[in-house]
Design a protein around this ligand. Structure first.
Ligand SMILES: Nc1ncnc2c1ncn2[C@@H]1O[C@H](COP(=O)(O)OP(=O)(O)OP(=O)(O)O)[C@@H](O)[C@H]1O
Ligand SMILES: [Mg+2]
Length: 441
């Protein structure tokens, strides 16, 4: 007879006995290798112990160890990376900078966490005046080796320069916001383009996760509430959900800067997901999820993380940040926690736009074509440097501002790509340039 605790049964009731755990470990190892490569999101059961509790980034431990796996380079690969670095140093001394650059990229492909190669590439880029990228590489090196002297000294050099560059960019954005604010609210071109940006936001925010509805189909669904033949109900519900969430934000949250509660974020999500998945809409997830290599917090810690997020959103420290930085961080913090089974990206982009609009900046759109850059910046943030993500959001903000400003000029030469060639729509009530919505009832 076998003890009950060591016996596993498959669905047919067949005894797996002692093979069960072994099989489990093998499957676990295989999944752990495959997962990060394909970027699959997997939910695992909540009935598990956790480890890493004090880090704040808690992940479950199950019999099947489903941890996303970052492959450690083999000794041969490490040796190849070292050789490439040595050659690169030699090439740089000889003034063959392109070759040195290629060798360093090769070294980092072999071993992405190679601190000396990161610092050497940083030095090369700094000499080529690419201070921002150099600073990012030094920061990455320091995240891996906080006491690395060369990286420390180098970063001390680049950090003030980069801060100044970022500050100047914010200054340019603020100038454009002021220009926009000087356009009379009743300007019909402004009302038209604001309405276009509304539909563009709905289109891109659902398309970025694979929704196949076109811009005109989305417009048709939102304006008429008639279904588009041949398109899935789920896709149409996603568009209606974002529309409902944007209207909710405009109607209730815009005027409440510094007072965003967890319940408000849940209400946004309830609308984002509620039409497609009424059970999960507005509800914190109860299982673990993975986003590429990112492991969001354990479900049992979600309430605490969300309360901390709300505290931060309403804190004086956060509200004193530049609006673009505040909005980008609000977005990043929410996707980092990934509190929902689905719809985290859409909800985070809405929270970001709420933050921008509360500061009287226009809402922005992350376009589908920017998906790789967007996800890359989020990955970099997870590695410890959130500034590229803030810069990415700053860039999106500037593109939006340029679009609005060009569209309101008397004789516009042409809009930047952001409008995607969508036809202008009839004038409709557009209450405020800082709202996302021309409200259709
Ligand atoms: N490495 C990462 N770390 C943290 N968040 C990430 C990472 N990669 C992507 N994300 C975020 O996760 C979102 C996807 O999560 P989820 O599927 O729950 O959201 P969604 O709204 O359904 O999808 P989408 O944002 O793609 O429309 C992405 O949009 C992005 O905002
Ligand atoms: Mg999704």
């Amino acid at each position: 007879m076998t003890s009950a605790t060591t016996v596993w049964r498959d669905s047919g009731g067949r005894v797996l006995g002692g093979w069960g755990p072994l099989l489990c470990v093998l499957v676990g190892a295989l999944v752990a290798v495959i997962l990060p490569r394909v970027g699959v999101r997997v939910r695992v059961q909540d009935d598990c112990r956790e480890w890493g509790g004090s880090t704040g980034l808690t992940v479950p431990f199950t019999a099947v160890d489903l941890l996303p796996y970052k492959a450690k380079p083999s000794p041969e690969t490490e040796a190849e990376a070292r050789a490439a670095l040595q050659q690169a140093v030699e090439m740089r001394k000889q003034g063959k900078r392109d070759k040195a650059h290629r060798l360093l990229v090769h070294a980092l492909n072999m071993n992405p966490d190679y601190v000396d190669a990161l610092t050497e590439l940083g030095t090369l880029l700094e000499e080529d005046q690419d201070v921002v990228q150099a600073d990012h590489l030094y920061t990455k090196a320091l995240a891996l080796a906080p006491c690395d002297r060369r990286a420390l000294v180098s970063r001390d050099r680049t950090l003030p320069l980069v801060d100044e560059i970022d500050r100047r960019h914010f200054g340019v954005i603020d100038g454009k916001v002021r220009q926009l604010a000087s356009i009379p609210t009743g300007n019909s071109a402004l009302r038209r383009v604001m309405e276009e940006t509304y539909y563009h936001h709905v289109y891109h925010t659902v398309a970025i996760e694979g929704n196949t509805l076109t811009l005109s189909e989305i417009r048709h669904i939102i304006e008429t509430r008639y279904a588009v033949p041949g398109k899935s109900l789920r896709e149409q519900s996603e568009a209606i959900g974002v529309d409902a969430a944007m209207k909710y934000i405009n109607a209730t949250l815009l005027s409440r800067a510094g007072a965003i509660a967890v319940a408000d974020i849940l209400e946004i999500h309830r609308r984002v997901l509620g039409f497609a998945d009424p059970v999960e809409g507005g509800r914190l997830r109860t299982g673990q999820v993975f986003v590429g290599r990112h492991i969001p917090p354990h479900p049992r810690d979600l309430r605490r993380h969300m309360e901390e997020l709300a505290l931060w959103l309403n804190s004086e420290e956060a509200l004193q940040l530049h609006p673009v930085e505040y909005a980008a961080l609000a977005h990043y913090k929410l996707v980092y926690v990934h509190p929902f089974v689905d719809g985290n990206g859409r909800t985070s982009r809405l929270l970001m736009n709420l933050a921008l609009m509360q500061a009287r900046y226009p809402p922005i759109t992350v376009r589908t074509e920017q998906r790789a850059e967007y996800y890359g910046a989020l990955d970099t943030a997870n590695e410890g440097d959130v500034r590229p993500f803030i810069r990415f959001i700053a860039k999106c903000t500037e593109i939006t501002l340029d679009t609005l400003l060009i569209a309101t000029r008397e004789h516009p030469v042409g809009l930047p790509g952001t409008m995607g060639g969508a036809g202008a729509h009839q004038d409709q009530a557009c209450p405020d340039r800082h709202q996302t919505i021309p409200v259709h009832n």
